[in-house]
Design a protein around this ligand. Structure first.
Ligand code: SF4
Length: 333
């Protein structure tokens, strides 16, 4: 049986159930790299120039971890999943960069996803990917249809049950993700929305366990995946006339939505040196300043960010949220 390695980084949190379904339906075995560690991050960082963003360094660390443990490592090039909205350049060249900086990697299994090239090109890309496992086009078609359905079910599970991606993946795929200790049943102090890309929010090594700390402080945590797709799109359009970046909704849409919905606070997470996020997060910050109803804080993470620093800022923010709730005055950070 062919073994496919999937790095637990970058788009893993968006698409894992879909990828797992596709490969397993074609008879492959799927292995996922373990949660990020400092060793993995250091190994990934060592392969690229220091200016490279943190999530990409983490991704390369995961590829290195999978090297020799599988027949192929799956590294897709997701260029665009929306008309005239493109991904950042790191995603566009991810397979080529991975091959270049990790020449000893298990063979890279890549696929080019660009919705702007039209459906025939998309189908051809998926068919070429499936050909590694079978020559039967009907089997590939069926696997891709089931994979898409798995993706829709996964999205619905997160929005219906208000689950974070790791918790939904755990339910969906049986892949253990969540640490056993949860604090969700405690007395709720209020609601905090976390906005940003899933590979920043849910990688506990990158986010320094923000979800954990918020739940420990007895706040209910909301994330972009918990919003129904149509509402997320509508909120994005209200803030920006048209989407330019593929995953703009996770920042601009979710930020606008939660600011309008009156959660007690919104925290945006972005990676140091990320051009798209610095623009998108600023739009959310300005919207927060305009509305003056919900405190907003942005956290920029990089390789040397320490958990204590993140927790200190979080505590200060939560203190402000609590004071504001008590006094019911409009404050904006
Ligand atoms: S969007 Fe930003 S953080 Fe994400 S891969 Fe691109 S540069 Fe890195």
């Amino acid at each position: 049986m062919i073994k496919i390695g999937i790095p637990r980084a970058l788009l893993y949190y968006q698409y894992y159930p879909m990828w797992q379904t596709f490969f397993e339906q074609l008879g492959a075995e799927v292995v996922v790299s373990p949660p990020t560690t400092q060793v993995m991050l250091s190994a990934g960082s060592f392969r690229v120039v220091s200016e490279t963003c943190l999530p990409v360094k983490v991704f390369l660390g995961h590829v290195l971890h999978l090297t020799g443990q599988c027949d192929y490592v799956f590294v897709p090039a997701i260029r665009s999943v929306k008309t005239k909205a493109y991904n950042c350049s790191k995603f566009l060249g991810l397979p080529d960069m991975t091959k270049a900086v990790i020449p000893e990697s298990s063979p890279i299994l890549d696929v080019d996803i660009d919705i702007n090239k039209g459906k025939p090109s998309l189908y051809q890309s998926i068919y070429s990917l499936g050909r590694h496992f079978t020559k039967d086009p009907f089997k590939i078609r069926q696997a891709s249809m089931n994979a898409w359905q798995a993706h829709l079910d996964y999205r619905q599970l997160m929005s219906d049950c208000k689950l974070t991606s790791p918790r939904a993946i755990e339910r969906f795929s049986g892949t253990p993700e969540v640490e056993p200790e949860t604090f969700a049943n405690g007395l709720s102090q209020g609601t905090i929305a976390l906005i940003g890309h899933p590979y920043l929010l849910y990688d506990e090594h990158i986010s320094h366990r923000l979800v954990h700390w918020l739940e420990k402080a007895h706040y209910q945590v909301f994330t972009p995946e918990m919003i129904v797709k149509s509402e997320l799109e509508a909120a994005t359009t209200r803030l920006t006339s048209r989407e330019h970046w593929t995953y703009e909704e996770e920042v601009v849409g979710a930020g606008g939505y939660y600011l309008e919905r009156g959660v007690d606070g919104v925290i945006g997470i972005m990676a140091f040196g990320c051009g798209p996020d610095s623009l998108m997060m600023d739009m959310v910050r300005r919207q927060s300043a305009r509305l003056m109803t919900t405190p907003f804080m942005s956290l920029t993470v990089e390789e040397h960010t320490a958990e204590t620093g993140v927790v200190t800022r979080l505590e200060a923010f939560l203190d402000m949220v609590a004071i504001r709730k008590r006094k019911q005055v409009a404050v904006c950070w």
